[in-house]
Design a protein around this ligand. Structure first.
Ligand code: NAP
Ligand code: HSE
Length: 429
């Protein structure tokens, strides 16, 4: 039986380079385990003269990415170049030519997934993207296949290693944000331009994919509410710790009474929550559902080896489908569904205020919350006189009402500053 599949790669950087090295060096072992003869036939890069840590026969590297897609010896295309353009046109061309595609590109799937999924469905070929969320953690397949019958209630994830590393350093070593970010860059976790990491954009693309797969309703990248960690201070982390919380940047995807909601923002999590103990650059995804109760997937969310491992698993899966010659049904179908406006979603807030500590101040602050129909759960004060800090944690109320309360506070005479607002995820109402 024919068992050879020609592989074309779009990109040979951190992920693609590792994948090529493994396909070449472990060719025999992969063949023994899978029965497949996976051959690297064409590889697109920007600069073919750059030194690489893999060896391929002369002529395999090309600057012309479309040549990889159109090469008749390439039966399966792996997109690991990143970004939306030219990746979108290349992936679409591969699918339209009936070639299965494996990609690690979260931005591409989150922003333009529906068009690509439709093209894969038209041609009956697989489009696989296990590495797009959580790097080496298997999460796309569990969500779209193993848990296909589960009525998932909520998915919460630490899906960006850089920000989790920064918050861990700030919390465990008392580092300031800038120092921790510099260390993340030195250690190679953060991108050279870490904006996508710290602004939550990287996590938002992953949140869109997780929400779409968990609930079967497509959630676009521009429909994810997003805040980064740039404003989280060492003081926020210290106050949170004193109250028994840990601050994490979470991607939250949930089914609410008003529809599906996906959001990324810093969260105060009770220290005993399973996600609170996920330290450093590790990623984790926590899933809640009526039958499974709770599941936790954790592991390395980035880096060449873990990510290439997930890509290789997809390559093997897609190669088997290709050789079987069957028309592949999409692994998940997306139905039209309501998306909730974040302003209507129930959230709990922790608000840190710098106030003048005078008689009646607390009454004014409590009234501001009361007028917005937001109930206060606890109040904690440190310092006195003009140096008094109040930390107020609210019960759950519509996000929009919490915002109105915070705006009212900003205009109160004794409130010198609303220093921070961080949402709280705790089991209590
Ligand atoms: P990378 O190291 O920057 O590699 C990108 C590769 O694509 C390079 O080989 C580059 O060529 C090539 N390339 C870029 N634009 C090209 C163009 N227009 N034509 C031809 N070749 C082009 O990126 P990476 O870290 O491997 O990431 C690849 C993908 O995996 C991204 O979508 C990323 O989000 C995703 N991902 C990465 C990680 C990770 O830890 N790195 C984890 C999960 C997912 P040169 O080598 O000549 O520059
Ligand atoms: N820069 C990302 C991170 C890489 O820190 O997790 C994986 O998307």
């Amino acid at each position: 039986m024919e068992n050879t599949v020609g592989i074309g790669l779009l990109g040979a950087g951190t992920v693609g380079g590792t994948l090529i090295r493994r396909l070449v060096e472990e060719h025999e072992a992969i063949g023994a385990k899978t029965g497949l003869d996976l051959q690297v036939r064409r590889v697109a890069v920007r600069d073919p003269d750059k030194p690489r840590d893999f060896t391929l026969p002369p002529g395999v590297l090309t600057e012309d990415a479309m040549k990889v897609v159109t090469d008749p010896s390439v039966g399966l295309v792996v997109e690991v170049m990143g970004g939306q353009d030219p990746a979108f046109d290349l992936v679409l061309a591969a699918l339209d030519a009936g070639k299965p595609v494996v990609t690690a590109n979260k931005e591409l799937i989150a922003a333009r997934g529906p068009d690509l999924i439709a093209a894969a469905e038209r041609q009956g070929v697989p489009l696989l993207f296990e590495a797009a969320v959580g790097g080496g953690i298997p999460i796309i397949r569990p969500l779209s296949e193993t848990l296909a019958g589960e009525q998932i209630a909520r998915v919460m994830g630490i899906v960006n290693g850089t920000t989790n590393f920064i918050l861990t350093r700030m919390s465990e070593d008392g580092q300031e944000y800038e120092t921790a970010l510099e260390e993340a860059q030195v250690l190679g976790y953060a991108e050279p331009d870490p904006t996508a990491d710290v602004s939550g954009a990287d996590a938002a693309a992953k949140a869109a994919i997780l929400a779409s797969l968990a609930f079967g309703t497509w959630v676009g990248l521009d429909q994810v509410y997003r805040e980064g960690i740039e404003k989280v201070s060492a003081l926020d982390i210290q106050f949170a710790a004193e109250l028994g919380y840990v601050i994490k940047l979470l991607a939250v995807a949930e089914r609410t009474g008003r529809g599906v909601c996906a959001r990324v923002h810093p969260v105060m999590l009770p220290a005993e929550h399973p996600l609170a103990s996920i330290r450093g650059a590790t990623n984790a995804i926590y899933i809640e559902g009526p039958s499974i109760d709770e599941l936790l997937f954790a592991g390395p969310g980035a880096g060449g080896e873990p990510t290439a491992s997930a890509v290789l698993g997809d390559v093997i899966d897609a190669a088997r489908e290709l050789l079987a010659g069957a028309v592949v049904a999409p692994r998940i179908r997306f139905a039209a569904g309501a998306l909730a406006d974040f302003g209507d979603v129930t959230t709990k807030w922790s608000v840190r205020l710098l106030v003048d500590d005078e008689p009646g101040v607390l009454a004014q602050i409590a009234a501001a919350f009361g007028e917005s129909d937001v109930s206060i759960k606890s109040v904690w004060q440190e310092g006195q006189g003009s140096e008094a800090t109040l930390l107020i944690v609210t019960h759950g109320a519509a996000e929009g009402r919490q915002r109105v309360a915070a705006d009212t506070l900003r205009h109160l005479e004794p409130v010198r500053e609303v220093e921070s607002v961080i949402r709280v995820e705790s089991p209590e109402a």
